[in-house]
Design a protein around this ligand. Structure first.
Ligand SMILES: C[S@@+](CC[C@H](N)C(=O)[O-])C[C@H]1O[C@@H](n2cnc3c(N)ncnc32)[C@H](O)[C@@H]1O
Length: 349
């Protein structure tokens, strides 16, 4: 029996706000460390009006997330924190990596790979052989996989998890229940953060977790060891090694903005192919042009600050159009802070 906790949404919102403040403080500290180490000072984008609008959106996202927990759309376990010691022991490594990132940014060097990363490069698509975000190792080292989730939360002031979860209410509306008998495919799953939330929302679903990066997939496997009915496949979302019509839901998070336009189109077409008729296609990714006027400055600034060569083209080509062109219908949308979620259906035959 589920026990109803009084003021649960307020308690979870308080927790999420405190968590967000912790990550925002870490974000604010990074330029200071960069200045101390390199003497370089980045021009600030933090105009008060922009910041007010951004923090209002951030608050609204965390509030909606807390309400979704209170409504039982996903359980409160999605907020379970990691061990405090793990968190703070990682922070010095993130500061050090922040220094390496700023050096790569100032050298405009997005092809800087260690021997460990070089070993993976030859089997990977050309568009992927780079240090996305100027991060050390690109997606191709164990250390990069260790730091990744924490770095993303710092970048988004502790809102990344709540943005990832935007897809769950849309999925639950289209595919209700605990996932019994359902088979999902997550592409570009990275270290498995959204996989965790999907498993908590759909404990009985089988989820196939796919990513191009071996080290990230390995980290996902470690992160998700307590769950059953998961399998892990290294592969490309545009050339899926699966038969037609196998899945009830295919989805991704924060992947499309890192793909060239033609690959984006192929990924959606492949998703359509492997879905059963009546199955659903979902995604969470960055806002695009016209999604939110208050964030247009951020859409322009993001690829200036981070190595994101396909991002500008992504913002100009709405994912809604790609889903419609691939034959999906019943498009549903939600958005919060810097992200939007889309879910559409492959028509039943
Ligand atoms: C920004 S990360 C997002 C990871 C994860 N979904 C999350 O929510 O944090 C992008 C991920 O997509 C993966 N990726 C990029 N292109 C891919 C492709 N063509 N096929 C499969 N995975 C891909 C990368 O290896 C990386 O793990």
């Amino acid at each position: 029996m589920k026990i109803k906790i009084p003021y649960q949404d307020k308690i979870t919102l308080g927790y999420s706000l405190a968590r967000s403040a912790g990550f925002a403080a870490q974000q604010l500290s990074l330029p200071l460390f960069e200045f101390i180490t390199t003497g370089r000072r980045k021009p600030s984008q933090f105009e008060p009006q922009r910041m007010r609008a951004a923090y209002t959106e951030l608050f609204n996202l965390l509030k909606k997330d807390s309400e979704n927990i209170a409504k039982g759309i996903y359980p409160v376990e999605v907020l379970k924190p990691e061990k405090v010691a793990h968190h703070f022991l990682r922070y010095p490594r993130i500061i050090y990596d922040g220094y390496a990132i700023s050096k790569r940014r100032s050298d405009k060097d997005a092809r800087d790979f260690s021997e460990e990363a070089e070993n993976f490069l030859k089997d990977l698509p050309e568009y992927y052989q780079r240090n996305f975000h100027f991060q050390t190792g690109g997606y191709l080292t164990r250390e990069s996989a260790e730091l990744y989730e924490h770095q993303v939360e710092i970048l988004f002031s502790g809102s990344a998890d709540a943005m990832r979860r935007l897809i769950i209410p849309l999925a639950k509306e289209a595919l209700p229940g605990d996932g019994t008998g359902m088979h999902f495919l997550e592409v570009g799953a990275g270290t498995g953060r959204l996989t965790r939330f999907m498993k908590l929302a759909y404990p009985k679903a089988k989820i196939t977790v796919l990513d191009l990066s071996y080290p990230y997939l390995k980290k996902a496997q470690d992160n998700l060891h307590e769950f059953d009915r998961l399998d892990f496949v290294q592969g490309a979302a545009e050339e899926l090694p699966f038969q037609d019509g196998m899945f009830d839901l295919v989805y991704s998070c924060f992947m499309f903005h890192e793909l060239p336009h033609e690959i984006r189109r192929k990924v959606v077409a492949e998703g359509h192919r492997v879905l059963r008729s009546g199955g659903c296609y979902g995604l969470v990714d960055s806002l695009q042009k016209d999604d939110a006027r208050d964030f247009e400055w951020a859409l322009e600034q993001f690829p200036v600050d981070f190595h994101e060569p396909f991002y500008k083209n992504y913002t100009q080509n709405p994912m809604e159009g790609l889903l419609n062109a691939a034959g999906f219908t019943n498009l549903r949308k939600d958005q919060g802070f810097f992200a939007k979620a889309l879910l559409a259906r492959k028509p039943a035959e």
